[in-house]
Design a protein around this ligand. Structure first.
Ligand code: ADP
Ligand code: MG
Length: 372
């Protein structure tokens, strides 16, 4: 049982700063997922918690004790990596016992610890097997077992499921969640996979270029993204961004073309009379009769996924003016409609933005303009 406190932590390699001042407190028993694109600094931050990288500035405390100068072996942590590298010549039992033997734990205790972990992980029947006689999922569980037997106060995971195929990944994700909840061990989990983050996390830290853009529950990160970066990173297909402006009343919203959009449910003081970037999730665009429509979408590409259909198209305002879609390479906008709705390419769909589903971002800073 432990808490982790990351305080104003920075990391530089020579002159390049890769972690630019991160603050985060992980609660006892919590699973915090660090999510972000490749190269944003997730592993570096995790490795500083583990003691595998020096901290350039700031401090990290585990259970209230600053660990900056503490060796990894003295931090009472266990790590599970993407490349879990089991010893091929050792049995499952020996693989799990190895770390304990190095620590000089008495034989009977090792036996008990390994058997207990094997039982939790449903590996009891495989203790005599060699890694090559196991499936990918079982190997991953042995790697987990190696971490569990040490009864650490903190688990650190670095993309532990990336080497598994999609189906196994889903299965192992559920197992890790069950295990972490049952054991109640404070955990930091690194992934670039938003679905993994959403389903596993108590809270998510969304990282971008060495900065924590938002630390919040999965639902809040989805429903109230703190920045355009977070908004665009969470959710699939990604949120649509369109240029717009808010009227002096703080309620009326217009598209860049000047066409009026739906009013906001209540005034947004900070946005009065300002140019903004409007964010609309594909799932919040609904096909409606033309007289109720906010926008029209000319279908360019229709992706049939079964349960639902994603329509990519060019955006037209109510008066027929084609609109630019903000964001990288963003020429089309996406709408997610129920799978039973048949849409053909070239069709123009009248769309309505769901009530209260419009997100406002500052055009310059990219930060969310808070409601109310
Ligand atoms: P992530 O795990 O999010 O993909 P990393 O933490 O591995 O990202 O890397 C963050 C940044 O730090 C990257 O730009 C990477 O090139 C750089 N980096 C990582 N390790 C080193 C190192 N040992 N020396 C120099 N740069 C490094
Ligand atoms: Mg990494």
């Amino acid at each position: 049982m432990a808490t982790i406190d990351i305080r104003s932590v920075r990391k530089s390699y020579l002159t390049t700063e890769v972690i630019k001042g991160i603050d985060c407190s992980v609660r006892d028993g919590e699973l915090l997922v660090m999510l972000g694109p490749s190269g944003c600094g997730k592993s570096t931050l995790l490795r500083m918690v583990a003691g595998l990288e020096r901290i350039s500035k700031g401090e990290i405390a585990i259970d209230g004790r600053v660990v900056n100068e503490l060796e990894p072996k003295d931090r009472n942590i266990a790590m599970v990596f993407q490349n879990y590298a089991l010893y091929p010549h050792m049995s499952v039992f020996e693989n799990m016992a190895y770390g304990l033997r190095i620590k000089g734990m008495p034989k009977a205790e090792i036996q008990a610890a390994v058997e207990r972990a094997a039982k939790i992980l449903e590996l009891s029947a495989y203790l005599d097997r060699k890694p090559r006689q196991l499936s990918g999922g079982q190997r991953q569980r042995v790697a987990m077992g190696r971490a569990i037997v040490r009864s650490p106060s903190v688990f650190l995971f670095d993309e532990p499921l990336s080497n598994l195929d999609a189906k196994l990944r889903t299965q192992m994700r559920i197992e890790i969640k069950k295990l972490q909840t049952a054991l109640g061990i404070t955990s930091l989990y690194v992934t670039h996979d938003q679905v993994e983050a959403m389903t596993l996390a108590d809270r998510i830290m969304v990282m971008n270029s060495g900065v924590a853009e938002q630390i919040d529950t999965p639902m809040n990160v989805y429903a109230h993204p703190a920045s355009i970066f977070v908004a665009g990173f969470i959710g699939s297909p990604a949120m649509n961004f369109v240029g717009g402006s808010v009227g002096a009343d703080g309620v009326s919203v217009a598209l860049e073309s000047g066409a009026a959009l739906r009013d906001l449910p209540r005034p947004v003081e900070a946005a009065r009379g300002r140019p903004v970037t409007l964010g609309i999730r594909p799932e919040h665009l609904e096909i409606v009769p033309i007289e109720r429509a906010d926008l029209r979408l000319e279908a360019v590409l229709v992706e049939t996924l079964g349960a639902d259909t994603v329509v990519h198209g060019t955006l037209i305002d109510r008066d027929g003016t084609a609109l630019a879609v903000a964001g990288e390479g963003g020429r089309t906008l996406a709408a997610r409609v129920p799978g039973h709705v048949r849409v053909v390419e070239g069709e123009v769909l009248p769309l309505r933005i769901a009530d209260g589903a419009l997100h406002l971002f500052d055009r310059e800073t990219g930060l969310r303009i808070a409601e109310g």
